[in-house]
Design a protein around this ligand. Sequence first.
Ligand code: KG4
Ligand code: ZN
Length: 357
Amino acid sequence: MIVLGIETSCDETAAAIVTDAREIRADVVLSQIADHTPYGGVVPEVAARAHLEHLDGLIRRALDEAGIGLGDLDAVAATGGPGLIGGVIVGVMTAKAIAAARKLPFVAVNHLEGHALTARLTDDVAFPYLLLLVSGGHCQLLVVEGPGAYRRLGTTIDDAVGEAFDKTAKLIGLGYPGGPQVETAAAEATDPGRFTLPRPMLGRPGCDFSFSGLKAAVRRAVEELPKPLTPEDRADLAAAFQHAVADVMVDRCKRAIRTFKAAHPQGGALVVAGGVAANKALRARLAGLAEKEGMPFVAPPLRLCTDNAAMIAWAGIERLRLGQTDGLDFAPRPRWPLDPTAKPAIGRPDVGAGVKA
Ligand code: KG4
Ligand code: ZN
């Protein structure tokens, strides 16, 4: 089975060709960073226009790299949500057009499921597994029982962790997108113990996360420093922030592992996915935790952690194997929780299974 995957839910336009033999035949990603940098963040209208402008060419490139034509495809999968709706519409409409013209099955993929199932594409991980999904819009712990079968153990009650990285980068004067720049700065810290930042939710019951207090503490630390900040200030603050995040992640994962093991005594892997999973310091801490807990640890290669279309094609393949496809009347979804039955996070009855879910 050869499937075309399309991803347009945020600021990366991407197309990929993947087979059901777990072979990535092409994987092209066009980052829109330069388009959004002047604004210090992603502007939805700018993103949607850029997707529209580039998607056709990227699909052509992916087909050429794979050495195939549209006639060789068995199906088309596109991110159907959640995400910035203008971009999602561009991807879904393009996929539907190809599916209609070529009489191919169409699969609307949940972007989060793309991240969640990446470890099966790269490492053939067996169900069930415990997933830490950490991206720009999400921060969740989930038990993955199968495609479409997710049980959420915890989520953020305010900011997503990637958002916290991006905002911290802005506060300390690093560019956008912040995650990779915070990581680079942190590696250059000369006095990583210079700033003491809080560890929100550490030791609390449940598996929920919170990052707004951490962000506020970074802001206060910046306010107290003489301006302009020196490169040393930036590096030490970045290191302190990254360390606090890692401490919280390890604490929350430890609790989730207890719940996971109680429900699945036969075991399973700890898997990390999403853009923040590209962070090497965080990966190392999680790998250490998994080892201590006697669980295999799986983190996809860096380029498959951040947004890409190979993960969308793969999630499409998993759905197609179960005989699941979508009609051409599928409506793009700005929100699409993986676990629709999940209760609201503690302290945020207004969030529930919607925003950040
Ligand atoms: O999964 P992703 O590419 O897009 C979303 O679906 O959100 O994640 C993007 C997020 C951004 O917030 C970015 O700053 C963060 O992932 N990120 C990182 C790193 N690389 C990307 N955060 C920390 N360390 C990194 N190396
Ligand atoms: Zn993503």
